[in-house]
Design a protein around this ligand. Sequence first.
Ligand SMILES: Nc1ncnc2c1ncn2[C@@H]1O[C@H](COP(=O)(O)OP(=O)(O)O)[C@@H](O)[C@H]1O
Ligand SMILES: [Mg+2]
Length: 198
Amino acid sequence: MSLFNQPMRTGATTRPSPAEARLASTRTDRMLDINTHSAQETFAVGEQLGRLLGPGDVVCLQGDLGSGKTCLTQGIGQGLGVEGTINSPTFVFINEHRARQPGPYLYHVDLYRINDLLDALVLGLEDYMYGDGITVIEWAERARELIPEDRLWITLQYVGPSERKLLFVATGAHYEELVRELDDALHLTIPGSGEQSH
Ligand SMILES: Nc1ncnc2c1ncn2[C@@H]1O[C@H](COP(=O)(O)OP(=O)(O)O)[C@@H](O)[C@H]1O
Ligand SMILES: [Mg+2]
């Protein structure tokens, strides 16, 4: 949670300060939705995304059990060059993976078992998100208030036994550009995907 640039709330006014307005004007949303028709396809989308991620990036995954969050994360790991298996860290809160040397760490967080925000704070979620690794968070909505404003938020939905809908919402110029690049990469690598992009 950023403690910087917090405006002082002194009166009844809710008008943004010039600094807030300037920040807000650089924060825009960009959306992309993709339907995948197999676990392999979800993995492939993750792999393309992983190739584009860099130090400090935060990727939030929201979706029910079985919607494909871990599958997508495994693809991200592949794209980052992580060796070894990426499993759901449901029982351990976080798994740290080293991406291809000299690559950044992949921090794979699962908030399924936290009771409240304090749990996430105590477990050091912010240290990961504001660190130099790439943080991918399953059940991110459970700590929504702690997540940086600029982030990539992916909502996964079960459509059918082998179909999932992935909605990407990028907030901030950096993630907007990332989603634009992902859209381009998917058009090149997975024919028929990404055509519903905005
Ligand atoms: N299009 C698809 N995308 C992702 N997973 C799929 C798809 N179709 C079937 N599946 C299956 O759904 C399951 C997804 O599980 P997982 O990634 O562990 O979900 P979550 O982490 O959201 O609970 C996997 O067993 C996978 O084989
Ligand atoms: Mg999972």
